[in-house]
Design a protein around this ligand. Structure first.
Ligand code: SRM
Ligand code: SF4
Length: 577
């Protein structure tokens, strides 16, 4: 508490104010040859530039024993609105994965790329090379609007281009305007075709509104996330985001968007004041209004989000604390128009559509399964080489799906077979449950991981598949997600079944989401091991096998009283069994 009994601002708020619009001492830190690390303060600031300092947690103890500093390296996250990139951009990323990273490309749950294991010496060159490919990393992380998501492979493909363009417009409008990014990574240059804002040198006398018209000096209280969905798919889990736009399509024409506000997944174990929330549908706007609505929502959070407690700083808490009527008033004032009444819509599934699908223009999309988004060559798969070959032959555009998979898009009739031939060995038949599964990165790179996720879920799904086969329900899909901690990076709290890491080898188990991602699940068992997990699943599946195949697993567990139907995020942590 400060002297006047007002709660103190979070330390990072001062850091943002004093950083000269995200410059801090990043340049000095990068040039310091004594350590592979950068300072704690600069670590916070580099997030806004799209990179996180990490260390290899598999090697931490060994390095400590040898009295060496941790093996520091950097994760770089690119900004890829709607997950879309060209074959040339894919090849640039693929090249960097070998030259500067750990020989893999990671597709994220927000349709972006990550490179892991980039050492400090190579950081600037890697970010500059990403920019050379006309992608960038600005605002991929940090207290700003992050990568915007957009349905990857919608059934109503006729409106995809328009909805995608609206998503890009929102993304670009909400980019930080500071020249820090250009100075630190691009030697003050802006490439002619780059979508980055124009370069502005630092002017100590300029007002915050001149430098950062939307964010000001303090940026947002916390990260901010936007998703745009084209029903009936809910591949983006639209209500899991701070702000969402649901495309409303009539006769194959986009008439506008329902606006959703106040969703989010992150929680902290044992802290009941933190919880996931689903966004409210707050109204409808026309396509030409989306950018104004996005700006009004962001500014509402800028001015009213909590800056004294980062655990309460997400927009979901702002909306939960003040209510939807208050929010509508804020938006009307800031936008200069009222949102219209929301239109009816239906969402059917939050999974991807695999295999070939034809677009309205006659071209084809094929969605490939990429296990937890890790594009790699190893003893099980040569998917990285296959995707490189497709890019080299320019057979498709690339769209990262919101479920860490990859859509090869816009393939001509003539090229379909060529794609199939290249991909054949790398797309084994997989079960409907595995198709839906998603795990966050977790160990060894994530500093916050308490348990394995990406490296473990494929094996656990293997065991669950055996149990599904035992009960003759192998063909019934169950959406299963795993995270290494309760931050929720694989959006676990909207899955039908979720495992959230508590400690190495131990997870909290949640049940009761819907296959379309529009209901929160609830804690079912705490702190359990693999054998306990499998025993519980065996028992649940033996009951599930007796009910009508049309009943989704998430509904069945509620009907049988294993968990409750959750009306508010606070109930997610309630253990009723
Ligand atoms: Fe996340 C922090 C990885 C999507 C909620 N997330 C992290 C960090 C950066 C750990 C850190 O702060 O040191 C992780 C880096 C791990 C690594 O080694 O790569 C990380 N998050 C990821 C990714 C890569 C998971 C994946 O397997 O794909 C996703 C990158 C998305 C992107 O491209 O931008 C990712 N993170 C999400 C999502 C899902 C989403 O946005 O749709 C969520 C839940 C939704 C939400 O934000 O409410 C999410 N990540 C968090 C949180 C908790 C935020 C909160 O409100 O409490 C943290 C921790 C934090 O912010 O303090 C976090
Ligand atoms: Fe790391 Fe936790 Fe996010 Fe997984 S959920 S990537 S363990 S922060």
């Amino acid at each position: 508490m400060s002297n006047n009994n007002q709660p103190d601002l979070e330390k990072v708020e001062y850091l943002k104010i004093e950083s000269n619009y995200l410059r801090g001492s990043i340049v000095e830190g990068l040039n310091d040859p004594i350590t592979g690390a950068i300072s704690e303060d600069d670590t916070q600031l580099t997030k806004f530039h799209g990179t996180y300092m990490q260390d290899d947690r598999d090697l931490r103890k060994e390095r400590q024993k040898q009295k060496l500093e941790p093996l520091y390296s950097f994760m770089i996250r690119a900004r890829v609105p709607g997950g879309r990139c060209t074959p040339a951009q894919w090849l640039a990323l693929d090249d960097l994965a070998d030259r500067h990273a750990n020989e893999s490309i990671r597709l994220t749950t927000r349709q972006a790329f990550q490179l892991h294991g980039v050492i400090k010496r190579d950081l600037k060159a890697t970010i500059a090379a990403i920019n050379d490919s006309l992608l960038d990393t600005l605002a991929a992380c940090g207290d700003v609007n992050r990568n915007i998501m957009c349905s990857a492979n919608p059934e109503i493909s006729a409106v995809h281009a328009q909805v995608f363009d609206d998503s890009v417009a929102i993304s670009e409008h909400l980019l930080p305007q500071t020249g820090a990014y250009h100075e630190i990574w691009l030697d003050g240059k802006k490439l002619p075709d780059s979508t980055l804002p124009d370069y502005k040198p630092f002017d100590p006398d300029a007002s915050p509104e001149e430098v950062e018209p939307i964010y000001g000096k303090t940026y947002l209280p916390r990260k901010f996330k936007i998703a745009v969905v084209i029903p009936p798919s809910n591949d983006v889990d639209v209500q899991a985001h701070d702000l969402g736009f649901i495309a409303i399509v009539e006769n194959d024409e986009l008439i506008g968007y329902n606006v959703t506000c106040g969703g989010g997944m992150g929680t902290t174990h044992g802290d009941l004041d933190t919880f996931p929330l689903l966004a409210h549908v707050v109204g409808f706007c026309t396509p030409d209004q989306v950018v104004a609505v996005a700006e009004a929502v962001v500014k509402t959070q800028r001015d009213h989000g909590c800056r004294t407690n980062r655990k309460h700083a997400r927009f979901k808490y702002t909306v939960d604390d003040h209510g939807v009527d208050w929010l509508r008033e804020q938006l009307t004032q800031r936008q200069g128009f009222e949102l219209q009444e929301a239109k009816p819509f239906e969402l059917t599934s939050h999974g991807d559509r695999f295999g070939w699908q034809q677009n309205h223009d006659g071209t084809w999309n094929r969605t490939l399964f990429i296990s937890n988004g890790r594009v790699i060559n190893n003893e099980h798969t040569q998917i990285r080489s296959a995707l490189k070959a497709i890019a080299e032959a320019e057979l498709a555009d690339y769209i990262i799906s919101p479920n860490q998979n990859l859509v090869l898009a816009g393939v001509s009739d003539a090229n379909k077979q060529k794609v199939d031939d290249i991909i054949a060995q790398n797309q084994p038949a997989i079960s409907p449950t595995r198709e839906l599964a998603m795990a966050c990165v977790a160990l060894p790179t994530c500093t916050l991981a308490m348990a394995e996720a990406e490296r473990y879920l494929p094996d656990l799904i293997g065991e669950i598949e055996k149990l599904q086969a035992k009960h003759n329900i192998a063909e019934r899909p169950i959406s299963i997600r795993m995270t290494g901690c309760p931050n929720g990076c694989a959006r676990p709290f909207v899955a039908e079944m979720a495992f959230v890491g508590k400690a190495l080898g131990r997870y909290n188990m949640y049940l009761g989401g819907l296959p379309n991602g529009t209901r929160l699940n609830q804690l079912y068992k705490e702190h359990i091991t693999e054998s306990e997990i499998l025993a519980h699943i065996d028992s649940l599946l033996s009951e599930y096998a007796q009910v009508d195949a049309a009943i989704p697993f998430g509904d069945f567990v509620i009907q049988q009283g294993h968990v409750q139907s959750v009306a508010h995020g606070r109930q997610v942590h309630e253990l009723i069994a």
